[in-house]
Design a protein around this ligand. Structure first.
Ligand SMILES: C=C(O[C@@H]1C=C(C(=O)O)C=C[C@H]1O)C(=O)O
Length: 364
C-alpha cells in the first residue's frame, strides 16, 4: 500500500466518523424528545424491553464483519449515554438547581439572612429540657450577638426508650425564651400533622436526617410559608438530598436551608463522617444556603472548632453546634455539647476566623 492509498482510506474513515457523529447527535435529539414525553407521562426513563427489541433488531440485521455481540455492546453504550442525556435534562428542570435560578436564595429568619454571603451561627441545646436550661443558653447567645437558636422538642431517638423530647411543651418553652431574648427558633418536626401547629412556635421548621426522605413530611413543609432547615439523610447521597429539597420547593416553599450533618461511613473515630466537599457541591448545584452541623457530624467536642473553621473556609453560610449549661447531665448527646464557657471560647475563635476570612476575600 502506498502512502497515498493509506491517506485515501483514512480520509474515508474520517468521512464516516463525521457521518457517525452527525447520526449520533441526530439520535440524541430524538432521544431527548422521548425523554420529555416520558416525563410528561410520568414513566421511567430506562426501558429494558425497548432496549432488548433494539438489540434484537441489530442482531437480525447484522451482516458483519463485526460480531453481533460487539455491536450490541457498542449500542448498549449508546443507550446508556442516551439515558444520561435524558437525566441531565431532568436535573436541569429541578427548581432548586442553579440552572433554574442563578442567584442565591436568601432565607430571612426574623431579619437574620442566610445565603447573602455573610456567615452566621446556629447554636442551642440538643434537646429542650427545661425553661431554665434554654434560658441560660439564650442568655449566652445574646451576649455573643447571635440570633438563631436551635433546640429539639420532638427528638427522633435511636432507641424508643431514650428521652423523646418534651413535645409541644418544649416548643412553648423555646417560643417563650425566644421572645424574651428576641431570638429565632429552629426546631425539628417529626410528624406531617404537626407542621400546622408548629407555625405558632417556630421560626424555622427543621426536618431531621432520619426524615430526610419522609416525602409526606417534606411535601407538608413545602405547603407553608415558613423557612425549612433540611438535614442530609444518615446515608443520603447529595443527589438524594437535593431531591428531598425539591419535594419541598415543588409545593411552593423556596425558603429552604440545606444542612450537611455528616454521613454514615465505615469510620468510627467520629460519630459520622463530615462530608465537607458537599458544601461547595450543594452551593454549585443549588441556589440554597448551606449550613454545616459540626456537632452531629463529629460527635466530638475536640473537633468542633477545626470543623467549624473548615466549614467557614469552604463557604458554608452558617455553622451549627450544640450548647448546654451542663452537658454532663444532658438528656441527649451529653458527650458532644459545649458548656457555656466552652461556647464563649468557641465563638471568639470562630468569629475571629470568619472575620479574617471575610477580610482576606475583600483583599483578593
Ligand atoms: C430512548 C429511550 O430511552 C432509553 C434509551 C434508549 C435508546 O437510547 O435507544 C432505549 C430505551 C431506554 O432505556 C426509549 O425509551 O426509547
Amino acid at each position: 500500500m502506498t502512502v497515498n492509498e493509506l491517506e485515501v482510506l483514512r480520509n474515508k474513515v474520517d468521512e464516516i466518523n463525521l457521518q457517525i457523529l452527525r447520526l449520533l447527535n441526530e439520535r440524541a435529539v430524538v432521544v431527548k424528545a422521548i425523554g420529555q414525553q416520558k416525563n410528561l407521562q410520568g414513566t421511567k426513563r430506562f426501558d429494558p424491553v425497548r432496549e432488548r427489541q433494539a438489540l434484537d433488531m441489530i442482531a437480525a440485521n447484522n451482516e458483519g464483519p463485526f460480531e453481533t455481540s460487539t455491536l450490541q455492546h457498542i449500542f448498549k453504550t449508546i443507550f446508556q449515554a442516551s439515558l444520561e442525556l435524558q437525566e441531565d435534562d431532568n436535573r436541569k428542570a429541578l427548581l432548586v438547581s442553579r440552572k433554574k435560578k442563578q442567584e442565591n436564595t436568601i432565607v430571612d429568619v426574623k431579619g437574620e439572612l442566610l445565603g447573602n454571603g455573610t456567615q452566621t451561627f446556629v447554636m442551642g441545646p440538643c434537646a429542650v429540657e427545661s425553661y431554665e436550661q434554654v434560658r441560660v443558653v439564650a442568655q449566652a447567645m445574646k451576649e455573643q450577638g447571635l440570633k438563631l437558636m436551635r433546640g429539639g422538642a420532638f427528638k427522633p431517638r435511636t432507641s424508643p426508650y431514650d428521652f423523646q423530647g418534651l413535645g409541644i411543651e418544649g416548643l412553648k418553652i423555646l417560643r417563650q425564651v425566644a421572645d424574651e431574648f428576641d431570638l429565632a427558633i429552629i426546631s425539628e418536626i417529626l410528624n406531617p400533622n404537626d407542621i400546622e401547629m408548629s407555625l405558632e412556635y417556630v421560626d424555622v421548621i427543621q426536618i431531621g436526617a432520619r426524615n430526610s426522605q419522609n416525602f409526606d413530611l417534606l411535601r407538608e413543609a413545602g405547603k407553608v410559608n415558613k423557612p425549612v432547615l433540611l438535614k442530609r439523610g444518615l446515608a443520603g447521597t447529595i443527589e438524594e438530598f437535593i431531591n428531598s429539597a425539591e419535594y419541598i420547593i415543588s409545593q411552593g416553599n423556596d425558603q429552604i436551608i440545606l444542612c450537611e450533618r455528616g454521613i454514615r461511613t465505615y469510620e468510627k473515630a467520629t460519630r459520622n463522617t463530615l462530608d465537607i466537599s458537599a458544601v461547595p457541591i450543594l452551593k454549585k448545584e443549588t441556589h440554597l444556603p448551606v449550613v454545616v452541623d459540626v456537632t452531629h457530624s463529629t460527635g466530638r467536642k475536640d473537633l468542633l472548632l477545626p470543623t467549624a473553621k473548615a466549614a467557614l473556609a469552604i463557604g458554608a453560610d452558617a455553622v451549627m453546634a450544640e450548647v448546654h449549661p451542663d452537658p454532663a447531665v444532658a438528656l441527649s448527646d451529653a458527650a458532644q455539647q459545649m458548656n457555656i464557657p466552652e461556647f464563649h471560647k468557641f465563638m471568639a475563635e470562630v468569629k475571629g476566623f470568619r472575620d479574617a476570612l471575610a477580610g482576606a476575600q475583600l483583599v483578593r
